[in-house]
Design a protein. Structure first.
Length: 259
């Protein structure tokens, strides 16, 4: 399926800021008339660098996504924490986050359009020099990057961390061009075993190259150190797991080296 997308690129809103061996820039860009806020982090050295898109959790474009972009920059990547909701649109409560995320998940054209706007912005940037990009996402962001892979987007690698695996648009044979990594908590009630089984069957039928890592006893949001506080505040089945966070990150970095 083809989608007609428009993305007008706007100038940087802030000059580059040096942080311990990396440069960071807050930027604005546009998709279909809506302003989006992104955050670029890249090594403080001559490029170009391999590019990675970072898609936020259902809370919106926040410090957690930016921190992950900075981590990637320190590993040698030009990382762009993109915006799926629109400038300044962040949730403080699960009900609001669910509403924001549902509006995007329920409109595949919009989901792919906003992702593509950020993809094209980073690919056109001097820091990456038109190289094939990778994309990773957390929770809601994992859903986004998997949909981009199902749509056959030009991505070298896609990685989902504790993201939902269901879709209304399963990939067909040959559709998926990217290598896929999925990191999942085996005790996550938001991703039940039947969802995992359906995803594996879908990827097998699509003849995709994929790796699925299930962390025993681990629940949702296991990479986010703030998950325990969220669990207590909102009585949600989420929690941080240091081992799963560390091991999934190491696995991701090893896969990125193959780009």
């Amino acid at each position: 399926m083809a989608f007609r997308l428009t993305a007008a690129l706007l100038a940087f809103t802030l000059p580059g800021l040096a942080l311990a061996g990396i440069q960071t820039e807050e930027v604005t860009y546009e998709h279909d008339g809506e302003e989006m806020t992104g955050y670029l982090a890249y090594p403080d050295s001559d490029g170009p660098h391999p590019g990675v898109l970072v898609v936020h959790e259902w809370w919106g474009h926040n410090e957690y996504a930016r921190d992950r972009a900075e981590q990637l920059a320190r590993e040698g990547y030009a990382a762009f924490a993109l915006d799926m909701y629109g400038s300044g649109k962040k949730a403080d409560h699960p009900s609001e986050a669910g509403e924001f995320a549902g509006q995007i998940r329920g409109n595949r054209d919009l989901l792919l359009g906003r992702f593509t706007a950020a993809h094209d912005w980073l690919k056109d940037h001097d820091a990456t020099a038109d190289q094939a990009l990778a994309a990773l996402g957390y929770c809601f962001g994992g859903t986004v990057v998997l949909e981009a892979a199902r749509a056959g987007m030009d991505l070298a690698l896609v990685s989902s961390f504790h993201g939902a695996l269901v879709t209304d648009h399963p990939a067909g044979a040959g559709d998926v061009k990217a290598e896929i990594l999925v990191f999942n908590g085996a005790a996550d009630p938001m991703v039940p075993p039947e969802q995992v089984a359906d995803f594996r069957e879908e990827m097998d039928n699509a003849e995709a190259t994929y790796t699925f890592v299930d962390f025993s006893g681990v629940v949702h949001s296991f990479t986010n150190p703030g998950a325990d506080e969220i669990a207590e505040k909102f009585d949600m089945p989420v929690g941080y797991d240091e081992r799963a966070d560390r091991d999934s990150w190491k696995h991701l970095l090893s896969a990125l080296e193959r780009m």
